[in-house]
Design a protein. Structure first.
Length: 329
């Protein structure tokens, strides 16, 4: 009778070996996570640029149809259609409403009533429509910050703002290659003056304003379409305890512009925060992308502009025809 040999068991992991394996895996994950995050950030930035490219194409589609860009932010305007003999104005709408047919939103466009204030009950209903093209994937949830004003409290805002032009009346710069330029602004109010030098600025049908019937043709941009900012990104989160700066995407200029801003302060600066009083039109552009924000240029191209850009060059790029041709770095 053969005796069976004793079975030799497989050696298992010791506790120390197991801990070493876990530590190695943790290190590998730690090394991979930043790379994965960078890929995700790059993808979101590219998606954002694609959104802004679509807006640029839409603005040029409008310009091709009407031989001029849409009003940036309508203030006091006559209703359309305007009854015979009527001189009573309404508070108008934004450039975004005018380009809706060019971003596959013609049905929404047809619902907007240009004979009523933007914040009428009827138009407030239109403003509650969610337009995906208006938002950066890196930005805050658009439905997190709704317009706090009457009749538009269900309205989201936009992450993309028309550039009204350089803020203030001068462009003092430390850049030795650039002189100081002088600018014209509209009347100052509780939320700041508006620039009269950008592609998408203030518009009114009331006589006597620097922006009376102000709509820009491509030929007006003598500083060069590829050198001039047209739409800027404002897709940052609202810091806790600060005033909500977001307003409905259908708002024109109602004491402050809802969808256009001056270029007054550096990108991603502290001036992105609304002080609740007098800086609404001057709120800085900015984003959650690392180091800067995206901009649509006058020719429809999209560029990422670093937050370290010289302010003189930045302000000059917001002006269409002041002679301060300064290509972005």
């Amino acid at each position: 009778m053969r005796s069976s040999s004793p079975r030799v068991g497989r050696p298992g992991f010791t506790l120390i070996e197991l801990l070493v394996v876990i530590a190695i895996i943790a290190i590998l994950i730690g090394l991979l996570l930043p790379a994965v995050q960078k890929v995700r950030d790059a993808a979101a930035r590219m998606s954002c640029q694609n959104q802004m490219k679509q807006l640029g194409l839409a603005l040029h589609g409008y310009a091709n149809s009407y031989n001029q860009f849409p009003p940036g932010a309508e203030g006091a305007v006559l209703p359309k259609p305007n009854p015979a003999g009527n001189t009573t104005t309404i508070v108008g709408t934004s450039w975004i409403v005018y380009i809706l047919p060019y971003i596959e939103q013609e049905n929404v466009y047809k619902q907007y009533n240009f004979a009523l204030d933007y914040n009428s009950v009827a138009n407030g209903t239109v403003g509650s429509a969610f337009i995906p093209t208006l938002y950066c994937p890196s930005g805050p949830n658009p439905k997190q910050f709704l317009d706090p004003n009457t009749n538009v409290t269900t309205n989201t805002s936009t992450h993309y703002y028309g550039v009204m032009g350089p803020g203030g009346t001068t462009n003092p710069t430390a850049n030795p290659t650039m002189p100081t330029f002088s600018y014209v602004v509209g009347s100052a109010n509780a939320n700041g003056a508006w620039s009269a030098h950008g592609i998408l600025s203030h518009f009114t049908t009331t006589a006597g304003s620097v922006s009376t019937f102000r709509q820009i043709r491509i030929t007006d941009v003598t500083d060069g379409m590829s050198n001039t900012l047209m739409v800027g990104e404002r897709s940052m989160a609202v810091p806790p305890g600060t005033t909500n700066p977001f307003r409905t995407w259908i708002r024109g200029n109602n004491g402050g512009s809802g969808t256009t801003k001056n270029v007054t302060y550096p990108i991603n600066s502290a001036n992105m925060v609304y002080n609740g009083s007098n800086n609404f039109n001057d709120l800085a552009m900015g984003s959650l992308h690392t180091g800067g924000a995206n901009f649509t240029m006058g020719d429809g191209s999209v560029r990422f502009v670093a937050q370290t850009i010289d302010m003189g060059i930045y302000m000059a790029a917001a002006s269409i025809a002041s002679g301060e041709v300064a290509p972005l770095p």
